[in-house]
Design a protein around this ligand. Structure first.
Ligand code: SF4
Ligand code: SF4
Length: 399
């Protein structure tokens, strides 16, 4: 069967050795007429350099205010298959653990009710079932519910919390990312399914500063694993690494705070000046390990561009003792979250993320509002502190 739509621009994206989303859409289009029209619509968007999707509109399942993203083509006569092309967000398993049987069932439901396309896992974290029509939504949702899945977040609500594999598989994890992610997901079901916020709010949990779920840049409240005491050094293994590669060039010279060096044959770390960036540990995992007093740093206010520009998260809690708080069902954390949401509810405006609110009212006002005392460790970005103000003359003198 010939192609329904010519796609010379999309064909370019199939060249090269990497997996191509175009090839995957074409495979799905062999079984789905609507996905053929999707190819035509995407080709036209590339040609016109503008999206031809209309967002929003009514798409959802009974009892849920969120979890489906409505999407309609601007050219329903030309691409009738994507007249409605909604996405359903399914709350992913913490840490993205599936077996092949479940994955097959997830895919079969997507093929039966949608355009046969899934997105696992974009920066939202969720499983996204693409190309659904409103008339199919309820049945598709029931099929996923029978498989044990629930809808994720969408719109102005708590978005589906997301975490890295953490202690389940990763030797670098400083806390149980899966446990806290699951706990908060269960605790905030109402906030997840019923949009009552000014705009979206995201939690993301990374077990260490490698930040595999990009929490520092993609979540309003980021939890990044860290430790308080010293990096553990195995000097014998250090010597083995020295035989294999240039430790001075690739590890020591690249330490951001220059707090690691050799004294004769031994590696020395000035731990109070270590910012726990993970670089040296990544390079020499057999020789260096995180310390024993483990917890997480909490950053607030990151976001992708959307309404205003992008922001990285700002450090608010340098060390949160997750293990201790988990014994109290994360009571301290939940109080902090409640304070943040109350302040945002009271003073935020529509479509204002928490980071933008912080910027607008100022960090000191924000801290007063959420009940935190300012501390020097609350840095906006490395080596800067929002509580120290230099007059212009002083700054020039210091230049
Ligand atoms: Fe491992 Fe750290 Fe990545 Fe989590 S963020 S998977 S702990 S390397
Ligand atoms: Fe330096 Fe980063 Fe290693 Fe600390 S973790 S010693 S800051 S490279």
């Amino acid at each position: 069967m010939g192609k329904k739509h010519e796609t010379p621009l999309l064909d370019e994206l199939k060249k090269g050795k990497w997996v191509s989303f175009v090839r995957e859409i074409e495979r799905a289009a062999e079984k789905s007429e609507r996905t053929e029209d999707l190819l035509g619509q995407v080709e036209q968007s590339y040609r016109d350099k503008v999206t031809h999707w209309k967002h929003g509109g009514m798409a959802g399942v009974k009892g849920y205010g969120a979890g489906m993203v409505g999407r309609f083509t601007e050219f329903p006569d030309k691409y009738p298959g994507v007249k409605e092309c909604h996405s359903m967000r399914i709350n992913q398993v913490s840490g993205f653990f599936y077996n092949s049987d479940v994955l097959r069932k997830i895919a079969n439901i997507a093929e039966k009710h949608g355009g046969g396309l899934l997105n696992l896992h974009g920066s939202t974290g969720d499983i996204q079932v693409l190309g659904l029509r409103q008339s199919e939504a309820e049945e598709a949702f029931q099929a996923y519910a029978e498989l044990g899945f629930d809808l994720g977040g969408g719109g102005s609500d708590l978005r589906t919390p997301s975490c890295c594999v953490g202690q389940a598989r990763c030797e670098f994890a400083n806390y149980d990312t899966l446990k806290i992610c699951y706990d908060l997901t269960q605790a905030y079901q109402d906030e997840l399914h019923r949009p009552l916020f000014n705009y979206k709010f995201k939690f993301k949990f990374s077990g260490c500063a490698n930040d595999c779920v990009a929490s520092a840049s993609r979540s309003d409240m980021a939890f990044i694993g860290t430790w308080k005491d010293s990096i553990k050094i195995n000097q014998d293994e250090v010597k083995n690494y020295v035989k294999k590669f240039n430790v001075q060039k690739y590890v020591i010279d690249k330490c951001p705070t220059k707090c690691i060096w050799f004294e004769e044959d031994n590696l020395v770390i000035d731990d109070p000046n270590c910012v726990k960036c993970m670089h040296c540990i990544n390079k020499m995992p057999k020789a260096l390990r995180p310390g024993d007093e483990k917890g997480a740093s909490i950053l607030l206010g990151a976001k992708a561009p959307l309404v205003t520009g992008p922001r990285m998260g700002m450090m608010f809690i340098p060390f949160y003792d997750i293990l201790e708080d988990s014994k109290n069902n994360y009571e301290w954390l939940k109080q902090l979250i409640s304070n943040i949401w109350d302040f945002w509810d009271e003073y935020g405006v529509t479509r204002e993320r928490i980071g933008e609110l912080m910027q607008r009212v100022g960090v000191v006002t924000f801290l007063e509002g959420i009940g935190l005392e300012p501390t020097p460790e609350m840095v906006d970005h490395p080596r800067s502190n929002p509580f120290i103000k230099f007059e212009d003359e002083e700054a020039e003198e210091n230049d």
